[in-house]
Design a protein around this ligand. Structure first.
Ligand SMILES: CC(C)(COP(=O)(O)OP(=O)(O)OC[C@H]1O[C@@H](n2cnc3c(N)ncnc32)[C@H](O)[C@@H]1OP(=O)(O)O)[C@@H](O)C(=O)NCCC(=O)NCCS
Length: 182
């Protein structure tokens, strides 16, 4: 298996992967990916694929959001989405994509990475509940335990405060959970 940066020719395979991995939520994820992709530059953000036998079997995206810290706004990264093709889940592909991404971001001097996800999965990759680190989630609809962060070597102790998601997350209503009864 090879991990590499996403290329323009991968877009359809990435789309199909998310539609399969996320089931009924796939459409929103695909739209989110297409908007976020436009915010990635060679220096900022990262879209990685896992390729096996010439086929895209995993994908992860890291994109810029802001941390509203007391001293100033800080550029941070948000990990979203992450998916592995259903028949190859549970073989370490998702973990390898996240670890590789964190390594690249560490090298770029990114101070922290945030996400919403299952703590049972992300704790093994170094993520901790964001609330305990002095961070606030961007929406009350994100369960407290799901809001997680990892601090990288460029992190400094004054970098606390509220995570402000980039605009595509709001545009696609891809934040937290909606209460169907509300
Ligand atoms: C979540 C996902 C990306 C993990 O990728 P993966 O390649 O299957 O994961 P890995 O092989 O690296 O890790 C597997 C381990 O994670 C666990 N795991 C997988 N998904 C999990 C979840 N949602 N919650 C908790 N643990 C999970 C597995 O049980 C396994 O544990 P084990 O090693 O103790 O047996 C993949 O299952 C997926 O695409 N799911 C559908 C899309 C999705 O929910 N994405 C995450 C959005 S936050």
């Amino acid at each position: 298996m090879e991990l590499r940066g996403e290329l323009p020719g991968d877009a359809q395979a990435v789309r199909d992967l998310h539609l399969r991995a996320f089931g009924e939520h796939g459409r929103v994820v695909v739209d989110l990916v297409e908007s976020l992709r436009g915010t990635i530059t060679p220096e900022d953000g990262l879209s990685l694929v896992a390729e096996r036998d010439g086929r895209v079997v995993g994908h992860v995206m890291f994109t810029r959001s802001l941390l509203d810290a007391p001293r100033r706004l800080v550029d941070v990264q948000v990990l979203s989405p992450l998916a592995v093709t259903p028949e190859l889940q549970g073989r370490g592909i998702g973990s390898a994509l996240v670890r590789h991404g964190l390594e690249v971001l560490r090298g770029r001097g990114v101070p922290g990475v945030f996400l919403e996800g299952d703590p049972g999965y992300y704790a093994r990759l170094g993520f901790e509940p964001g609330g305990g680190l002095g961070f606030r989630r961007p929406s009350l609809r994100i369960p407290e335990a799901a809001f997680q962060a990892v601090r990288l070597p460029a992190y400094e102790s004054w970098m606390t405060g509220t995570l402000v998601y980039s605009e595509p997350f709001w545009r696609h209503d891809a934040v937290g959970l909606r209460d169907p009864g509300a």
